[in-house]
Design a protein around this ligand. Structure first.
Ligand code: NAP
Length: 322
């Protein structure tokens, strides 16, 4: 085991180095990651985790071809990595429930659930169930999935849930009276709303399951150039380029800009949130650059009453009774 002090972890720390610090939280454990498409932070997380000898890596996504690609790439990097693929479309409750049934049939406790999949700044769209697409993908779907598999997590040793949120949560609190934006859509706000809900959900999970040993964290992975930014217009990229140097004026990515992390760096905060046993006493916290940074959370995302309200409100919105 390496003796790296976690207080030295930061923005540029690699995910695999974080994982190497916590081998006991990965070896022989079952880890589920949503959104592991090969170009994404979820894949980077999976590749780092695979190197520490998990019992099983469950890669969950909506597109079986992309999941197969992820498995292929992973097993070309880490020979014999134990991978199972789970079809999971987060915008459809019926499909989420099918995925949950499939998981249950595998009869395996799940040590760590990493809710990483998301979309950002999508044009206005309602799911067939009437939810705004970003809120459905980034919060409501992961909520239903996670709530449904909590018994499998509680049976495990790890008992941890991770919600990959974003600095973008500062763009929007929850629209309690109109989460589907029926009176006018603001796509930045909608991304913020979902990412705020992720932070509050982790907080409330931490509170409600403290007595049963389950811990939960949320985090901002930092800025990583991935397909997540595909809905940005040229003008938006130019503006972000002017502010942070992240894009050239023709809209292409400026990979040299310090604001970007690589995928391996972008996955490291997730790995600390998922595997560090020593932060368990701070369950419910928010991490940035591999450190607990509740000071970086918007006040509305750290609000205890909002977290409690969200729990009941989401049950009503989803017609569930968790
Ligand atoms: N990249 C950044 O700068 C950044 C910054 C802050 C926070 N984050 C957060 O980090 C996480 C990963 O982002 P990323 O940059 O890796 O994004 P990404 O490359 O766009 O990957 C997102 C993943 O989510 C999956 N996904 C989207 N909709 C889904 C659905 N309905 N059901 C199931 N899976 C779905 C995608 O699958 P498909 O490939 O099939 O679309 C993909 O695997 C997200 O939670 C994001 O909000 C990213």
């Amino acid at each position: 085991m390496t003796s790296v002090d976690p207080s030295s972890f930061g923005a540029k720390t690699l995910a695999v180095d974080v994982c190497r610090r916590y081998p006991g939280s990965i070896k022989d454990r079952v880890i589920l990651i949503t959104g592991p498409t090969v170009t994404s932070i979820g894949y980077g997380t999976a590749e780092a985790v695979a190197q520490l000898d998990p019992k099983l890596l469950i890669l969950a996504g909506r597109d079986m071809t992309k999941l197969e690609q992820a498995r292929h790439k992973l097993q070309s990097k880490v020979k014999d990595a134990p991978v199972k693929l789970l079809k999971l479309c987060l915008t459809d409750s019926a499909q989420i429930k099918e995925a949950v049934e499939e998981l249950r049939s595998w009869q395996t406790p799940i040590d760590v659930v990493i809710n990483n999949a998301a979309v950002m700044d999508t044009p206005y769209e309602l799911t067939p169930e009437g939810h705004e697409l970003q809120f459905a993908t980034n919060y409501l779907g992961p909520w239903l999935f996670t709530q449904s598999i909590i018994p499998l997590v509680l049976e495990s040793k790890g008992k941890r849930v991770v919600m990959v949120s974003s600095v973008g949560h500062h763009n929007g609190d929850i629209r309690w009276d109109d989460p589907a934006y029926t009176k006018g859509y603001d796509r930045k706000h909608a991304y913020g709303q979902g990412k705020t809900a992720d932070i509050l959900y982790a907080k409330e999970l931490a509170k409600r399951f403290r007595g049963q040993g389950l811990t939960a964290f949320s985090l901002d992975p930092g800025g990583i150039s991935t397909p997540l930014q595909k809905h940005w217009s040229l003008e938006e990229k130019q503006e972000v380029g002017r502010k942070y140097g992240a894009f050239h004026q023709d809209g292409t990515v400026n990979h040299e800009a310090d604001v970007w992390k690589t995928i391996d760096q972008g996955a490291s905060t997730t790995c600390r949130a998922a595997f560090d046993p020593d932060i368990a006493s701070e369950s419910g916290s928010f991490l940035v650059d591999c450190q607990i940074r509740n000071d970086k959370r918007a006040s509305y995302a750290g609000d205890d009453a909002a977290a409690e309200r969200l729990w009941k409100w989401t049950n009503e919105l989803m017609g569930e009774s968790f």
